[in-house]
Ligand binder design. Structure first.
Ligand code: F6P
Length: 363
């Protein structure tokens, strides 16, 4: 059977374990040997007991857990040629020529570069006597398939990234929790929500919690927003509402590119409206805890499809990423998605928000 290595890389997210489990199980079903590569690229470079054979039993009882039980780490060595040679050597000694990478766009790009470089890496390893001729022949091609694990939902080419739904649940629970105490004391709460440069969590979180106002990076408010916001909050209090909830996506900015922070909004409300106002930074609470049913199933479906995609891969097929399109797990060209995701970032940097939102859309 063929050998598959699965690893998680970059920031963790809920549902990654379910994806890992599905890779192991679909692999086993198809007669493949599957290895966990622990601590992401670092484990690939370090080898030894960082690359261990996965079993049906060891992949049990992990789908319920948040985070990634096989670990994730940043790795400087993988950015160097020697690091990648070492990683390739560790894979080849175990005949691993199929990789499943679960991570963000940086991690997926790294995997694609590794694949493109593979022929040269294995030639160097052979020349240096680090692998045998037989190993060289068995490992001529490297196949890779990606899955996107991130709470931010900031990757082009998939409707949902693994972890986003659970993060939304965490946000919803937090806002609901805060609302009871806010209401008791007639307070305003300004909540900072994660998402890096993407406002998805804040926007959808606001819709799901009846928030009064939301700031997102893609939609800097008009100048004079301070007046509009205060009027809105006041109007709501006048109808009998006892509390106010405002969500601020990290990365929010105004029309001049200046950051809008939760404490700035707090100061505004306190000084203008004299409402007792508190700030809560939700932080990594959003990235933790048990994955939602949606993320468990999403990870499971994507993991299974990833293995099927590896089995279909030929040396000429471009690397793919498994994405969610409507209700279907589909394969899309990895580099097209990565490039589009990078174009979004560029458009955001240039304050071309309409273009960024357009690029994030389907076509
Ligand atoms: O990409 C996921 C994310 O949680 C972002 O929402 C956030 O900006 C960032 O990672 C936080 O990074 P770290 O975990 O390194 O503090």
């Amino acid at each position: 059977g063929r050998c598959i290595g699965v690893f998680t890389s970059g920031g963790d997210s809920q549902g990654m374990n379910s994806a890992v489990r599905a890779v192991v199980r679909m692999g086993s079903y198809l007669g493949c040997k599957t290895y966990y590569i622990r601590e992401g690229y670092q484990g690939m470079v370090d080898g030894g007991d960082h690359i261990v054979e996965a079993t049906w039993a060891s992949s049990s009882g992990i789908m319920q857990l948040g985070g990634t039980v096989i670990g994730s780490a940043r790795c400087k060595e993988f950015r160097t040629l020697e690091g990648r040679l070492q990683a390739a050597e560790n894979l080849i000694h175990r005949r691993i020529t199929n990789l499943v990478v679960i991570g963000g766009d940086g991690s997926l790009t790294g995997a694609n570069i590794f694949r493109q470089e593979w022929a040269s890496l294995i030639q160097q390893l052979l020349d240096q006597g680090r692998i045998s001729k037989e190993e060289f022949k068995d490992c001529e091609y490297l196949n890779i398939v990606g899955m996107v694990g991130s709470i931010d939902n900031d990757f082009c080419g998939t409707d949902m990234t693994i972890g986003t739904d659970t993060a939304l649940h965490r946000i919803m629970e937090s806002v609901d929790t805060i609302s009871t105490t806010a209401s008791s004391h007639q307070r305003a709460f300004v909540l900072e929500v994660m998402g890096r440069h993407c406002g998805y969590l804040a926007l959808v979180g606001a819709l799901a919690t009846e928030a009064d106002w939301v700031f997102i990076p893609e939609w800097p408010p008009e100048d004079g927003w301070e007046d509009t916001l205060c009027k809105k909050l006041q109007a709501e209090r006048e109808t009998g509402q006892r509390l106010n909830v405002i969500l601020v996506a990290e990365g929010s900015i105004d029309r001049h590119g200046q950051p809008i922070t939760a404490s700035q909004v707090q100061n505004l409300i306190t000084s203008r409206l004299k409402y007792d106002t508190r700030v809560t930074v939700l932080g990594h609470v959003q990235r933790g805890g048990s994955p939602s049913a949606f993320d468990r199933i999403l990870g499971a479906r994507m993991g299974a499809e990833a293995v099927l995609a590896l089995m279909d891969a030929t040396p000429d097929t471009p690397a793919c990423v498994i994405s969610l399109d409507g209700n279907q797990a589909v394969r899309v060209p990895l580099m097209e998605c990565v490039e589009r995701t990078q174009q979004v970032q560029k458009a955001m940097d240039q304050k071309n928000f309409e273009e960024a939102v357009r690029l994030r859309g389907k076509s």
